[in-house]
Design a protein around this ligand. Structure first.
Ligand code: PAZ
Length: 344
């Protein structure tokens, strides 16, 4: 693909100028083909589909990349939510940062639950034999069996399709392409944009080819703003989908106003606000409908769980269970409303 050249003065990218000047990731065509066949299959089966984005994007500082900017997101929100969406009957495209948490395997992440700690060696009583067996630690068996059973059945049913990104550039290209492919599903597709996407990037044309050298004092890098792609997503790429974005803040006073500003600016369906330190126990749904507690046509609904809460099986409750239940309900109500209106 021929790339337009970048005006050296240019620092405010529109989606159009971004995609006209920044190169697509090498695996894009392959990813598009896989999403296309997944979307057609789900449409033929009459299933709802959710695109879950998850994990953080990197911003490389060099073309031969040694250094990059990153963020904190481990992909917990996305991986956990994907499991609950599957449980709610959705087919899931899980678009995540390479090596971040994934549905099912997240329960055994190398840092919080290393899988070797779940295994025991059973030595053969026959001392002359070298053979030993591996067994699952009895106290861990029930949960492992449950996770494994669901994982295998999801794999067999073809309900989960996984895509990976690393850089913010990969993410933007992939989101545009995937949303365009999913637009054939019309209202049946829900976008759950939980990835932590960088607001700033270094255009390829301004990047150093080789490793940035030290020895000349401090390093000054001026980054450009990532174009606001929610606008074309809503208006052009997938105009019929139900679109939910996330807003993360660290200052509690900014959370609701910023979520509300995003809703007004992009005109999508819902913003879920969360505070960095309370995100596992508290989120706020900001939408344009007339339910909820605020005046001015904006509904503000807090969803909270206690850090000590347990689920129906006595395990630590995950707030994503309630987020997804609420979203599945709202998505269906929205589809029903539009259907109703089309008959009136
Ligand atoms: O991945 P994680 O579970 O550690 O964090 C999830 C999250 C806070 C990144 C997500 O809920 C979110 O708010 N994403 C959007 C961030 C933003 O661009 O404002």
């Amino acid at each position: 693909m021929a790339m337009a050249t970048l005006d050296p003065e240019q620092s405010l990218f529109s989606a159009g100028s971004y995609f006209g000047t920044q190169p697509p990731p090498p695996t894009l065509d392959q990813d598009i083909a896989s999403v296309r066949s997944f979307a057609h299959r789900q449409r033929d089966l009459g299933r709802k589909v959710v695109l879950v984005t998850s994990g953080g994007t990197t911003v490389p500082l060099e073309l031969n990349v040694v250094r990059f900017l990153d963020n904190f997101s481990a992909g917990t929100r996305g991986a956990t939510s994907a499991e609950y969406f599957l449980k709610a009957g959705y087919a899931v495209i899980f678009m995540h940062r390479q090596f971040s948490l994934q549905p099912f395997s997240r329960h055994y992440s190398h840092s919080t639950n290393p899988f070797l700690d779940f295994l025991e060696i059973e030595h053969n009583p026959d001392k002359s034999s070298n053979s030993s067996n591996i067994a699952v630690t009895p106290s861990k068996r029930d949960k492992l069996l449950e996770v494994l059973t669901t994982y295998k059945s999801v794999q067999q049913s073809g309900l989960l399709h996984t895509l990976t990104f690393v850089t913010v550039n990969d993410y933007l290209w992939l989101l545009r392409a995937v949303s365009q492919e999913l637009s054939i599903l019309g209202r049946s597709v829900l976008y759950y944009l939980a990835a932590a996407v960088s607001d700033f990037f270094l255009p390829r044309q301004k990047m150093s080819e080789h490793k940035i050298q030290s020895g000349k004092g401090s390093l000054l890098i001026e980054m450009d703003q990532v174009p606001k792609i929610l606008k074309p997503l809503v208006d052009e790429w997938t105009p019929d989908g139900f679109i939910v974005s996330f807003k993360l803040e660290t200052d509690p006073a900014l959370l609701v106003p910023k979520a509300q500003a995003a809703l007004e600016r992009y005109g999508h369906h819902l913003v879920i606000g969360n505070n960095l330190h309370r995100r596992k126990y508290e989120v706020v749904f900001v939408s344009r409908d007339h339910q909820g507690s605020a005046a001015s046509g904006v509904a503000i609904t807090w969803l909270r769980i206690s850090p000590a809460a347990v689920d129906a099986r006595g395990r630590a409750k995950e707030i994503e269970e309630d987020i997804v239940a609420e979203l599945a309900k709202r998505h269906q109500a929205w589809i029903d409303d539009l259907l109703q209106q089309s008959f009136e």
